[in-house]
Design a protein around this ligand. Structure first.
Ligand SMILES: [Zn+2]
Length: 459
């Protein structure tokens, strides 16, 4: 496994770069996760479709361990399903059963291979019951000094699941914690219950099928603030900030959601929560984003310093609702979040703020080209990603969206974005889906543009 070091070129120099650094560090961790989860084969046929996960976790924050039980409901997509392969990180699975019958299983290189005793016919549904423990090396972060635990990207490090982004399922998540902690998680919060021993069980239900990498939670000795914006309940949490500071840090959230909803042609759905956690990391989850306490301080120091908040909010549409079908189309998540952030800054802070972003993307692309590190946006070699590979997807990708906007003009471009987003809401997409939507809006082929900018190194 590779370490979590951030390449030197990403070290912060100014406040602005620091924010970029925060984003890049999160991205670095995500790419570690992608490479660990067999990115290139993400959309291979699995033979089954996961319908629902029901997970109960007991984190031991001081011991940096987790114990879990889980029910996975899946449907066979082949004539006789005899083998189910899940991602399970470094978790140790101790038992698996179906209707009380123990099932044979093996774990190898992050995969959990289950052999069913009775083959499952096409369209038949079975529920696997799993018991496991683990000390996740990443994916589940513990900060004992803050009584805090939170997830980062690698869902299979804390619940056996399918990491591939084309697998969508509903989720019921329970996390049992010491009394006195506040928690936030993906989905609708259900009432908490206090156990006989004083611990508290926090529960959430995600009713819309979502990819596993957007599942998660955060819990700690938080303070919180709440707000309402156009019917959306907003909640902000932090261990270090007062409710007044949290209101200041996240004051622009409602405006961001309005902006992205208008560009997507889709209203925001559900509540939106944001938490500041111990260490770096910007991460989007379903209805929930995590950023670092240090980033919160940056926003307090400069209220315009909201690009990371906007980036994660944009993912609620581009990434979470319209999701790349395989990691080779990852630019559909990340370049979109970066580009939409710049578009939001253009609207809220003016043209110069947008052009500053464009200039940074262009400079990064020029640097990539100068060293021969540029390549196509559709990219499947995530087995050992470099900072340059990341920059292609995140920065060059955003720049290409900017160029497409310039090529098509405001009306055609934004109509295409709206049509693409609305048409594929709740779906997994490939780059051809995006091209098709933009061509429909333009009323002409965009093959030359896509061949030049998306499917090959920049000219
Ligand atoms: Zn992102």
């Amino acid at each position: 496994m590779r370490g979590f070091a951030v390449p030197n070129e990403e070290q912060p120099r100014t406040a602005w770069l620091y924010q970029e650094f925060m984003t890049m560090r999160a991205e670095w961790m995500l790419l570690l996760f992608l490479s660990a989860s067999g990115a290139a084969h993400a959309s291979a046929t699995r033979g089954f479709d996961v319908l629902h996960y029901d997970v109960a976790l007991i984190p031991d924050i001081a011991g940096k361990q987790v114990a879990g039980t889980q029910a996975i409901q899946l449907r066979s997509e082949i004539a006789a399903l005899t083998e189910v392969v899940l991602d399970s990180g470094k978790l140790k699975v101790s038992a698996i059963s179906v209707q009380g019958r123990p099932q044979h299983f093996a774990q190898h290189e992050g995969k959990l291979q289950i052999t069913l005793d009775h083959p499952l016919k096409r369209d038949a549904v079975a529920t696997l019951q799993l018991t496991y423990t683990g000390s996740p090396p990443y994916g589940l972060e513990f900060a004992p000094e803050r009584d805090e635990v939170y997830t980062i990207f690698s869902t299979s490090q804390w619940m056996p699941s399918v990491d591939a982004p084309d697998e969508r399922a509903t989720l019921r998540l329970s996390v049992t914690l010491p009394a006195g902690l506040l928690a936030t998680g993906t989905g609708r919060a259900l009432p908490v219950s206090t156990l006989a021993d004083g611990r508290v069980e926090h529960r959430w239900q995600l009713d819309t099928p979502m990819p596993g990498y957007v599942y998660g939670f955060a819990a700690g000795r938080y303070q919180q603030a709440q707000a309402r914006h156009a019917g959306i309940a907003l909640r902000f949490l932090s261990a270090e900030r007062s409710p007044e500071q949290l209101q200041a840090i996240f004051a622009r959230t409602g405006g961001m959601l309005d902006f992205f909803a208008a560009r997507a042609g889709l209203p925001y759905r559900g509540d939106y929560q944001q938490a500041l956690v111990a260490n770096t990391i910007g991460q989007e989850m379903a209805g929930l984003s995590l950023m670092s306490e240090a980033y919160g301080q940056e926003v307090l120091d400069d209220p315009d310093h909201v690009a990371l908040i906007a980036h994660e909010a944009a993912h609620q549409w581009w990434g979470n609702r319209v999701t790349c079908a395989g990691w080779e189309h990852f630019w559909l998540n990340e370049a979109f979040a970066n580009f939409m952030t710049a578009a939001y800054l253009q609207q809220s802070q003016g043209e110069a703020a947008y052009q500053a972003q464009v200039q940074r993307w262009r400079s990064r692309l020029e640097a990539l080209r100068a060293k021969g590190a540029d390549h196509a946006l559709v990219y499947d070699s995530w087995s050992a990603p470099t900072g340059d590979d990341r920059a292609v997807v995140y920065q060059k990708g955003a720049y290409v969206l900017h160029l497409l906007r310039a090529e098509l003009g405001e009306e055609v471009f934004w109509r295409g974005i709206r049509d693409y987003t609305r048409h594929h809401d709740g779906q997994s997409v490939v780059t051809a889906d995006f091209q098709r939507a933009m061509e429909k809006s333009a009323g002409r082929s965009l093959q030359p543009f896509f061949a030049q900018w998306v499917y090959s190194a920049a000219p």
